[in-house]
Design a protein around this ligand. Sequence first.
Ligand SMILES: [Zn+2]
Length: 143
Amino acid sequence: MLTINSIKNGIVIDHIKSSYGIKIFNYLQLDKADFSVALIMNAFSNKLGKKDIIKIENNIDIDLTMLGLIDPNITINIIESENIKRKLNLQLPKKVEGIIRCNNPRCITSVEKYIPHIFNLIDKEKGKYKCKYCDEIYGIMEE
Ligand SMILES: [Zn+2]
């Protein structure tokens, strides 16, 4: 059994879908961190079978919208003095601005470059988003 020391103050990102840990690790640029970080891959999970966990010995700002898009089933534990101070359950954001781009060439966002790309969640189960300005559908689980 692999053991990693528990952290004093920081963040534990738990219940990451197996193989998504490295994506999130890179997205948060933890490879450049000057504090302690751990990426645990394929840990045992009752719920998921296998899961990834990231432990961060620091309080960093995390964009929850972006993280919710990468994997909505993640839990985030905020650790203070070795205790869980706060637990956040992520979910798919209802509205996403400036992350997903509309690929419809006839969409107003393709014509007018200054208009922000805004997508609204239309199907939570399937992870479907619809462009605010046209009928373009984007499925985040189809990658
Ligand atoms: Zn559009």
